[in-house]
Design a protein around this ligand. Structure first.
Ligand code: ADP
Ligand code: AMP
Length: 220
């Protein structure tokens, strides 16, 4: 299956993507993670992306689409993928459609994670990421690591993202509403959107998502 995950920053896309990718045996492709890997490796792309990310803006389409295309063309993504954070505006969604059409494939479902804004703000404020890759995600109160500042899974150091400051989060939410939300309507016209609540225990949301995707597949 080729799935697009949508939802505001902090909705739980990364958290759910890891679980869904494992259950569905498809790779999790996060453009945010790809940019952060470029930043930590100090590549030219990383240097360019950082200035946009730190301001809460989108990285320009041209470089983002090229990076996503390159990742989707890796052999492990041949049978499907779960996109997290891409596409993030209508031009990217159109570019993705064009890219898939040339291969004779298409997006199968768009999973829209709904969360009230006040919850998103709390989730982002407490988010901690592991410096290792793949980067495991924790929350200081909702899913705290056993030992403060240390990843339970690989022992890596936990850190707070530069763009998770209150001011940048406000900007990212505005960018989400103005630029990313319109892709939900874009995909609705293709009959691909399934919306679920992203409130409650993580495992329950994964179950909700799997059932919603199963229903969507059966209807097609
Ligand atoms: P996104 O990828 O959409 O930006 P994340 O998956 O990184 O969001 O989640 C944001 C924060 O919220 C993380 O700290 C994560 O641990 C926490 N979180 C994710 N899902 C839930 C949930 N269902 N309940 C409480 N906290 C959650
Ligand atoms: P995320 O990890 O998905 O929260 O993304 C972090 C930041 O990376 C965003 O605020 C953007 O600056 C940048 N980014 C990630 N994905 C994209 C995308 N598809 N288009 C443009 N910028 C992106």
């Amino acid at each position: 299956m080729r799935i697009v995950l949508v939802g505001p920053p902090g909705a739980g896309k990364g958290t759910q993507a890891v679980r869904l990718a494992e259950k569905l045996a498809i790779p999790h492709i996060s453009t945010g993670d790809l940019f952060r890997a470029n930043i930590s490796q100090q590549t030219e792309l990383g240097k360019l992306a950082k200035s946009y990310m730190d301001a809460g803006n989108l990285v320009p389409d041209e470089v983002t689409i090229a990076m996503a295309k390159d990742r989707m063309e890796q052999p492990d993504a041949e049978g499907g993928f779960l996109l997290d954070g891409f596409p993030r505006n209508v031009s990217q969604a159109e570019a993705l459609d064009e890219l898939l059409v040339t291969e004779g494939i298409k997006v199968d479902a768009v999973l829209d994670l709904e969360v009230p804004e006040e919850e998103v703000v709390k989730r982002i404020a407490g988010r901690r990421l592991c410096r290792n890759e793949p980067s495991h995600v924790f929350h200081v109160t909702y899913s705290p690591p056993k030992k403060e500042g240390v990843c339970d899974i690989c022992g890596g150091e936990l850190y707070q993202r530069d763009d998770d400051s209150e001011e940048t989060v406000r900007k990212r939410l505005e960018v989400y509403h103005t630029q990313t939300e319109p892709i939900i309507d874009y995909y609705k016209t293709q009959g691909l959107v399934v919306t679920i609540s992203s409130l409650g225990p993580v495992d329950e949301i994964t179950q909700r998502a799997l059932e919603a995707l199963k229903r969507e597949k059966a209807e097609q």
